[in-house]
Design a binder for this molecule. Structure first.
Ligand SMILES: [Zn+2]
Ligand SMILES: [Zn+2]
Length: 440
């Protein structure tokens, strides 16, 4: 399925208008616009979160963050989220204390780890980082933001205590969950503590970290009021309807294997090493039909005969797409896929929905990229849209204003080193009612 971009649509419409014709519809218009019940709920809830930038300083520029140890995979993901206004506004609603001391969206008891005093609420840490990053701390003489210093920096003027605490607690939380993925309390003897420290200092996968962080923020907020959770799901939760078909002769059994909670974005999708692949083609292969790895049919017991078809029951406001950069080398070894993969500025997922009568389109707003030969080492950076519709390239403490073409380049080359996109953040395109009526 070829992606339809807004620019080609607009160009065709403009040409038709210039020729004095009526604007031609691209496809026959459906009789009625409907949505799945879940998509309707998600739209309503994500619509309740403001999309304005909560920046409290006059100068609205983005800033870099100095890296402490091997944490570029954290900083690149953090920068991508720090440039997602709806995420910022929702996190600022976490644990809000009103004048009468009534707390809304309070921290959950589990968000503070009882056995380990260093592990504090991750949502509170995120809130502190958001306030500091977009706030008035550490500005130069002209009021422009300077990079966020390392948490260890003691200069009070650069980094007030509240901010330094938030950043330190953020790193402590991440270290803890990387060492203890099952939530086991951390051992206290010296030898094991040293081993852990080495472990948490290792280079980790940026996408695994993004999932950890989103899940942590979600679970750190009390579900008592529910609305905060509903809004969070409206922003990030993807719910596919997954059908599996057995292709063994005389079987053909179909069953639905959807996971009702859904996921924060789409599971890793495979890309080709041909150099001519694109996101829309990779998504098409993934959603339309693909082999289900290591499957065994419960009906006929055949192995590896299953194929999945994935339809969108509900798409999120911000759709994270994870590209699987692991490929097979000539000797059957695991290599990083470094081939070019075209990034579509806009993707049209309308036809993949359970109910395809209402458009579902997205535009690219951020990417997280990896440089290096090997996914367990190397360096992570981010390119994202920023305040004022600019694009910025964020590499630890460095910030460079770039154009849209740079956001769309993959691989992109920076100072002679090649960066491959691993995570894409696509943001929903909302159509005004009048325009929706004209659309296919
Ligand atoms: Zn909290
Ligand atoms: Zn079968």
């Amino acid at each position: 399925m070829a992606p339809t971009t807004r620019s080609t649509t607009r160009a065709a419409q403009a040409a038709a208008q210039a020729a004095g014709q009526d604007i031609p519809p691209l496809y026959p218009r459906p009789a009625r616009r409907t949505l799945t019940a879940l998509q309707r709920t998600r739209n309503i809830n994500s619509g309740k979160v403001s999309k304005t930038w909560p920046i409290t300083r006059r100068n609205k520029q983005s800033r870099g963050i100095f890296r402490d140890g091997n944490t570029c995979y954290r900083l690149s993901v953090l920068q991508s989220l720090l440039h997602t206004p709806k995420f910022l506004n929702l996190m600022l609603e976490h644990n809000q204390i009103a004048a009468d001391e009534v707390i809304t969206n309070a921290c959950t008891p589990q968000s503070v780890h009882e056995q380990n005093a260093r592990v504090q609420c991750i949502a509170c840490s995120m809130k502190g980082i958001i306030r500091g990053y977009w706030g008035r701390i550490n500005l130069d003489g002209n009021g422009a933001p300077r990079p966020i210093p390392r948490p260890s920096t003691q200069n009070e003027a650069d980094q007030p205590l509240a901010f330094r605490t938030a950043f330190t607690e953020f790193n402590n939380w991440v270290d803890f969950w990387i060492r203890n993925p099952n939530g086991e309390p951390s051992p206290t003897n010296k030898k094991e503590t040293d081993d852990e420290n080495r472990d948490s200092d290792a280079q980790h996968d940026a996408h695994a970290f993004l999932m950890l962080l989103l899940d942590g923020c979600f679970r750190a907020t009390s579900p008592a009021g529910l609305l905060w959770h509903d809004k969070f799901e409206g922003l990030f939760r993807y719910n596919p309807d997954v059908l599996v078909t057995c292709s063994a002769p005389d079987c053909g059994v179909r069953r639905n294997v959807s996971q009702p909670p859904g996921s924060w974005g789409i599971t890793p999708i495979h890309i080709l090493q041909t150099g001519t692949d694109s996101i829309s083609q990779a998504l098409d292969r993934h959603l339309r039909t693909h082999d289900w790895d290591n499957s065994e049919c419960p009906t006929c017991n055949s192995k590896n005969t299953h194929q999945t078809t994935e339809r969108i029951e509900a798409g999120p406001e911000v759709f994270f797409i994870h590209l699987n950069l692991s490929g097979q080398g000539l000797k059957g070894d695991i290599v990083k896929i470094r081939a070019a993969v075209g990034l579509d500025e806009d993707i049209d997922l309308t036809g993949y929905q359970l109910d395809p009568s209402t458009p579902l389109r997205y535009t690219l707003s951020s990417v997280v990229l990896h440089a290096g030969n090997n996914l367990t080492s190397g360096h992570w950076v981010a390119t994202t849209t920023a305040y004022g519709k600019k694009c910025v390239f964020l590499n630890d403490s460095q910030v460079r204003v770039e154009d849209k073409a740079f956001l769309l380049s993959n691989p992109s080359t920076v100072q002679g080193s090649q960066h491959n996109v691993a995570i894409l953040g696509y943001t929903r395109i909302h159509f005004p009612k009048r325009m929706l009526a004209e659309l296919a």
